[in-house]
Design a protein around this ligand. Structure first.
Ligand code: UDX
Length: 347
């Protein structure tokens, strides 16, 4: 029976066993006091306890199993290992928030990171948890290949594109994939998406396209990048900007390293793209320094490959188009089919 004693103050004090003694019941009787035990006897008693019933053996076996499991789950790889640059050492995470000048001749590789939520190796038997990723400009030439890669590694991808130069057929093969979504949206307007990573590629890349509406081009690079950086900060996403070799302008240094500041004309007909991308890089670094945003900047040089429009006016596609035209004129080339607005040659 528990009872409450009224102490000197009005508050209730519970002392069950005292109450029993005070009431003379046969309740609680205090334990008989043992003789104080010396340190030697205490140690001997503790040793007897540990050795009794093979307790030590079980403890050692338990520690061995725990250390084996921890070894298997030990993280590997470098945290934030970032942008690889051809022929240069791997940069650390923070350094990669700087710039990676890509010394490519004709081929650009899109380096992407191990996902932040699964640093290092995934523990034995567990499946890597897919990330939620948005790719602006994901219906374009480079972006559509990035979308392929992200979906293949198990991520959920949202393409945000206004189809100014991008094409739905570049990503149509993902139409049935539940991890794939596409939104027709112009990044100069804000958008709110709960994502883990943002790859920002939305911008016309070919001079033919970006000179068509230069104000829109620089607006996409400045306001569009601001909107996507703001989204990254708001949802805590990692941000990658695809920049370009054009930030070096007419470079006086060859080859260009990422610490070279370039030689750019601020008022030329290409400045909407060159300066637009430079401003996008500035904004990216300012969000990195000011809001501690995790960012990467990839400066992509001339690129070619499937889904590139033969008539988009870039150096590689121009070269290929001229060769084909010359050969066709001399009727020495079998019929070929190309994705383009002007060079449709179907067999
Ligand atoms: O305002 C715009 C302009 C363009 N876009 C989209 O952005 C995509 C750009 O794709 P493009 O094929 O034109 O260009 P690329 O894929 O070759 O280059 C793209 O990725 C690499 C970056 O360095 C380039 O700046 C970027 O344009 C297109 O899908 C286009 O529709 C927008 O979503 N909004």
């Amino acid at each position: 029976m528990a009872s409450m004693l009224l102490g000197a103050s009005s508050d209730m004090i519970y002392r069950g066993h005292d109450a029993q003694a005070a009431l003379g019941g046969d309740g609680y009787s205090a334990k008989k006091q043992h003789r104080p035990v010396g340190p030697c006897r205490a140690r001997a008693r503790a040793l007897r306890y540990v050795l009794g019933e093979q307790r030590l053996v079980f403890a050692l076996v338990g520690m061995a199993i725990a250390s084996f499991v921890l070894l298997l789950a030990a993280p590997s790889g470098r945290h934030g290992a970032a942008v690889k640059t051809s022929g240069q050492e791997l940069m650390s995470g923070s350094a990669a928030a700087g710039l990676a000048a890509r010394q490519y001749t004709g081929v650009a590789r899109m380096a992407y990171e191990e996902p932040r939520r699964v640093p290092g190796r995934v523990p034995l038997g567990l499946k890597r948890k897919g990330l939620r990723v948005v790719v602006t400009g994901g219906a374009g030439f480079v972006g559509s290949h990035l979308v392929d890669r992200l979906l293949a590694r198990g991520d959920s991808v949202i393409v945000v594109d206004n189809f100014f130069t991008g094409r739905k057929e570049n990503v149509l093969h993902h139409a049935g994939n539940p991890n794939f979504e596409m939104i027709r949206h112009d990044v100069v307007e804000p958008i709110l998406l709960e994502v883990d990573q943002i790859y920002h590629l939305a911008c016309p890349a070919s001079p033919v396209h970006y000179k068509y509406n230069p104000v829109k081009t620089i607006k996409t690079n400045v306001v569009g990048t601001l909107n996507m950086l703001g989204l990254a900060k708001r949802v805590g996403a990692r941000f990658l900007l695809t920049s370009t070799s054009e930030v070096y302008g007419d470079p006086l240094q060859h080859p260009q390293v990422e610490t070279y500041w370039g030689n750019v004309n601020p008022i030329g007909v290409r400045s909407c793209y060159d300066e637009g991308k430079r401003t996008a890089e500035t904004l990216t670094m300012d969000y990195h320094r000011g809001a501690n945003l995790e960012v990467r900047i990839a400066r992509i040089f001339n690129t070619y490959g499937p889904r590139m429009c033969i008539d988009d006016g870039r150096v590689v596609s121009n070269f290929v188009a001229q060769v084909i035209n010359k050969l066709l004129m001399h009727r020495t080339l079998p019929h070929v089919a190309f994705h383009s607005t002007r060079f449709n040659r179907s067999p």
